[in-house]
Structure formats: structure tokens, C-alpha cells
Write a protein that binds this ligand. Structure first.
Ligand SMILES: NC(=O)c1ccc[n+]([C@@H]2O[C@H](COP(=O)([O-])OP(=O)(O)OC[C@H]3O[C@@H](n4cnc5c(N)ncnc54)[C@H](OP(=O)(O)O)[C@@H]3O)[C@@H](O)[C@H]2O)c1
Length: 255
């Protein structure tokens, strides 16, 4: 089986890296020359990568086609490409709906939307897919945890929370810089902050069948530092603002 990627940016590179480190069996991964630097980097790093001359060649030579361009580019180029009805098309494009994809692709290919995130390069993290599809589910289970979603509207809820990746890293950056300003060496500060939040995330996963409010409660001692942290941030509107931002990202996806 050949896998083709239209668009070789951040998310395509992460997915391709995950595939190349996984047990997924494939013959070739055919990628577009754009972005040239990333495409050449992937080709140098992994054996079965082939750089096509253009987008149509990727489609002609692939059994599965992954759409990993931005919405603006997708709207411009998908309608002019010729897909095959035997193909499976997996779209990572955030704001193009299944209905719009079907209209642009025209032939009766299997079309699935997926939301992989950069840690897929480590074969970690959730991959919501919509609509459910057993082959696509099995594929992404080699690269993380597939979550099948029946209804596209509901998949938009997951999309919205994935807009919190950069804010999460920004929080780590702010805390690291805060330590650095107080004289801690950057290396030590980054090591401390990243391993603290890795441990907290692992603990949250281990407890993910419980209501997360238990962890919030258990990590506070009366009058302790964490109680102060959560109280002051709540008072300052930090969590309300988080929810407001989720709502506004959701509104944008729902247009
Ligand atoms: N990043 C994420 O975490 C993430 C997660 C899930 C889904 N997504 C979605 O995945 C899509 C891609 O995101 P990204 O972050 O990977 O964006 P990106 O890094 O900007 O990648 C987009 C890629 O498309 C290429 N491109 C531009 N015009 C093209 C054309 N006409 N034909 C073929 N390729 C073309 C770009 O090449 P040039 O650099 O040469 O212009 C670039 O390689 C978006 O729709 C995004 O919403 C992203």
C-alpha cells in the first residue's frame, strides 16, 4: 500500500515520522515537494519516502491520500485534483467539512476527517476520526489512540480543545522564563518544568476514569501553595477566560 501526503508541513511531518517508527506496513510514502525543506529532511531520514513532482502524481500513485494543507490552500486545490473511487482520503484540514470534501473530491472515495496532533511523531496522543472507519481506526491505533466520532458536530468539540496546545506550551515557557529570571540556568529550568508537567500528565492519564476534580482537590493542602494558586487564578478569571477562548475557537470551527 502506498500512502500519499498533499502538503508537507508540521502535521504531515509528525504523522510521517510516527508512521516510519511504527509497525504499519506500507510500500512507499509519497510526499509533495512543498515544503521543500521538510520534504528533503524526511527523505534523508527515512528510506521509503518518495518526493512527487506535483499533487496529482501523489494521488495517482497512492492508495490512501492524506490532505495536510491549510484550509485556504485546500479550498483552492482539492477541487482540481482527480481522485479515484477506490481511494481512502483522510483529511487533517481543520475547517473543511465532510460535505465540502465530498463535493470537491467528486468521486465516491472513502473520506474521513482526522485530528492528529504533533506528539503523533512519538506515537502518542489521541486521534479523533469522523465518521467511524475500521481501517482508519486500526491505522491510527498504531500511532496513538484512535477515538471514533459519529457526528461531525461533536468532532468540532475535540478540534476546539486541540487549540490549547500552544497555550499549554506557552504556560511552560512563562514558568521556565520566570525561573530563569530568578537566576536558574535555562537547562535546569526547562528540565524541571517539563518533567514536572510530564509527571502530572501521566498521573492525570492514570486517573482518567475518575472525575478530574478529584486530582484538583487532592493536589491542594489547606492553606497550601496549590490552594493559593488555584484560588488566585480563579479570582483573576484565568479559567473563565480559558472557557471563553474555547467557545470562540468552537464558534470559528462551527461557521
Ligand atoms: N499543526 C497541527 O498541530 C495540526 C493538527 C491537526 C490538524 N492540522 C491541520 O492540518 C493542516 C496543515 O497544518 P500544518 O500545521 O501542517 O500547516 P503547515 O505547516 O503550514 O503545512 C501546510 C503545508 O502545505 C503546503 N502547501 C501550500 N500550498 C500547497 C499546494 N498548493 N500544494 C501542496 N502543498 C501546499 C505548504 O508548503 P509551503 O511551506 O511550501 O507553503 C506546507 O508544507 C491544517 O489544515 C491544520 O488545520 C494541524
Amino acid at each position: 500500500m502506498n500512502l500519499g501526503f498533499i502538503g508537507t508541513g508540521k502535521i504531515a511531518a509528525s504523522v510521517i515520522t510516527g508512521i516510519c517508527k511504527s509497525k504499519i506496513s506500507y510500500k512507499k510514502i509519497i510526499i509533495s515537494p512543498r515544503n521543500k525543506k521538510i520534504a528533503l529532511g524526511l527523505k534523508r531520514k527515512f528510506k521509503k519516502i518518495v518526493i512527487a513532482k506535483d499533487n496529482q502524481q501523489i494521488i495517482d500513485q497512492s492508495n490512501w491520500v492524506f490532505l495536510s494543507v491549510t484550509p485556504t490552500v485546500g479550498e483552492k486545490i482539492i477541487k482540481d485534483l482527480k481522485f479515484k473511487s477506490t481511494q481512502t482520503v483522510v483529511s487533517f484540514i481543520s475547517t473543511i467539512t465532510l460535505y465540502q470534501l465530498k463535493k470537491a473530491i467528486k468521486v465516491k472515495a472513502k473520506i474521513v476527517r482526522a485530528i492528529p496532533l504533533p506528539p503523533i511523531s512519538l506515537k502518542k496522543g489521541p486521534v479523533p476520526i469522523c465518521p467511524p472507519n475500521s481501517k482508519v481506526k486500526a491505522f491510527f491505533n498504531n500511532l496513538g489512540t484512535t477515538v471514533e466520532i459519529k457526528n461531525e458536530k461533536s468532532s468540532i468539540n475535540f478540534w476546539s480543545t486541540s487549540g490549547m496546545m500552544a497555550p499549554f506550551y506557552e504556560m511552560l515557557r512563562v514558568m521556565t522564563d520566570w525561573l530563569v529570571k530568578r537566576g536558574v540556568k535555562r537547562n535546569n529550568a526547562q528540565k524541571y518544568i517539563t518533567s514536572l508537567f510530564l509527571a502530572l500528565s501521566e498521573d492525570a492519564v492514570a486517573n482518567s476514569k475518575e472525575n478530574l476534580k478529584n486530582l484538583v482537590k487532592e493536589s491542594q493542602t489547606p492553606k497550601g501553595l496549590n490552594e493559593q494558586g488555584v484560588k488566585e487564578l480563579t479570582k483573576a478569571g484565568f479559567y473563565r477566560s480559558l472557557e471563553r477562548t474555547l467557545n470562540s475557537i468552537h464558534r470559528r470551527l462551527n461557521k
